[in-house]
Design a protein around this ligand. Structure first.
Ligand code: FES
Ligand code: FES
Length: 165
C-alpha cells in the first residue's frame, strides 16, 4: 500500500503494509539508519524520532500513524538549524557524552524534544522524561549536557534582549 511520509522536510512515498513499524520503514525502506533498533517493545528509546515535534518510539508505531505528520530523524536534526549542528548535538561532542554511541541518536532526539517543551528542566524532570536506556551508563553526562544547553540558550536569549533593549 502506498503511504506518503514527510521525513526531514522531504516527501517520500513508500510501498509497505500500513502496520509496518515506522522504524523499519525509516531504516530499511528509506535507508535512514541513524535511528536504531534496541528492544522492539518501546522500552529502550533507541528508535526515538520526532513526530510533529514530539519524541516517539518508532519500533512499535505503525507507519500509517505517521502519515501526514512531519517526521524528523537524527539525520534531519541539523537541517532544522540551517545546516549547523543542532546545539544538543554540539553539547554531546563538547561534553563527550557517548561511549559506544548505540543509544545516543535516540537519546539526542528525546533530549531535543524535552528542551523544546521545557527550556530549563530540573534533574527530576530530566529523569522522568529521558527514560532511554544506555548500557554504557552515560546518564550523568547526558544530564550535564542538557543543563549546558539550557544555560547556553538562556545566555543567548539574554544577549539578544540586551541588543534589543
Ligand atoms: S527499539 Fe524502540 S524503544 Fe527500544
Ligand atoms: S553510549 Fe553505549 S549504550 Fe549508550
Amino acid at each position: 500500500m502506498a503511504i506518503t511520509l514527510t521525513v526531514n522536510g522531504q516527501t517520500r512515498t513508500v510501498d509497505v503494509e500500513p502496520d509496518t513499524p515506522l522504524l523499519w520503514v525509516l531504516r530499511d525502506t528509506l535507508g535512514l539508519t541513524g535511528t536504531k533498533f534496541g528492544c522492539g517493545i518501546a522500552a529502550c528509546g533507541a528508535c526515538t524520532v520526532h513526530l510533529d515535534g514530539r519524541a516517539v518510539r518508532t519500533c512499535t508505531l505503525p507507519v500509517s500513524a505517521a502519515e501526514g505528520m512531519p517526521i524528523t530523524t537524527i539525520e534531519g536534526l541539523e537541517q532544522v538549524q540551517d545546516g549547523e549542528l543542532h546545539d544538543v548535538q554540539q553539547a554531546w561532542i563538547d561534553h563527550q557524552v557517548p561511549q559506544c554511541g548505540y543509544c545516543q541518536s535516540g537519546m539526542i532526539m528525546a533530549v531535543s524534544s524535552l528542551l523544546a517543551q521545557r527550556p530549563d528542566p530540573s534533574d527530576e524532570q530530566i529523569d522522568a522524561t529521558i527514560t532511554n536506556i544506555c548500557r554504557c551508563g552515560t546518564f550523568v553526562r547526558v544530564r550535564r549536557a542538557i543543563h549546558a544547553v539550557a544555560d547556553a540558550r538562556k545566555a543567548g536569549g539574554a544577549k539578544k534582549e540586551e541588543r534589543h533593549g
